[in-house]
Design a protein around this ligand. Structure first.
Ligand SMILES: [Zn+2]
Length: 158
């Protein structure tokens, strides 16, 4: 990511907050079209070339680890699709807001220190005050409860 001056970053962040506030109603999930056979042997849908009854439109989303669905009335369809599109936009803008905030945090000097070297200063940014802080990549092992390695191979016969 190219380094931008902090005022540029702040302007970008302000624009993103405006976009966030402009997000309309939104909801997560997806709309799926389903066709099904009713199972009655004399029904037309029992024929092999019949697609089944439908379409039914289901709004499906996961909540609390469970997948939940609700059948939509035809009149709701466009509205729900719009709301789902708004949700995707909300998520995308939120992601950008996180990124720009992270960049601002990195660019803003701590109180009483000089501004970090701008673009062209060469090399990595020095830590303010020259503290001897070792940066290390974030790994899964840094999070409690998350195994360092996926234990798939252990006890697996193959
Ligand atoms: Zn049928």
């Amino acid at each position: 990511m190219p380094e931008e001056p902090i005022d540029e970053l702040e302007r970008h962040r302000a624009e993103l907050y405006v976009r966030l506030a402009e997000t309309g109603d939104f909801r997560p999930g997806s709309v799926n079209e389903t066709w099904r056979r009713c199972g009655k042997p004399n029904c037309a849908c029992a024929q092999p070339d019949h697609p089944g009854h439908g379409p039914r439109y289901l709004w499906t989303r996961s909540a609390g680890g469970k997948t939940r669905s609700r059948q939509l009335a035809a009149a709701e369809l466009d509205k729900v699709r719009r709301e789902i599109a708004n949700y995707r936009q909300f998520v995308a803008v939120t992601e950008q807001i996180m990124q720009v905030n992270e960049a601002i945090c990195e660019a803003r000097p701590a109180a009483g220190t000089q501004a970090p070297p701008g673009p062209g200063a060469g090399g990595r940014k020095r830590h303010p005050r020259g503290l001897n802080v070792k940066l290390r990549p974030r790994t899964q092992g840094d999070f409690p409860g998350v195994p360092r390695r996926w234990p798939r191979r252990r006890g697996c016969p193959s």
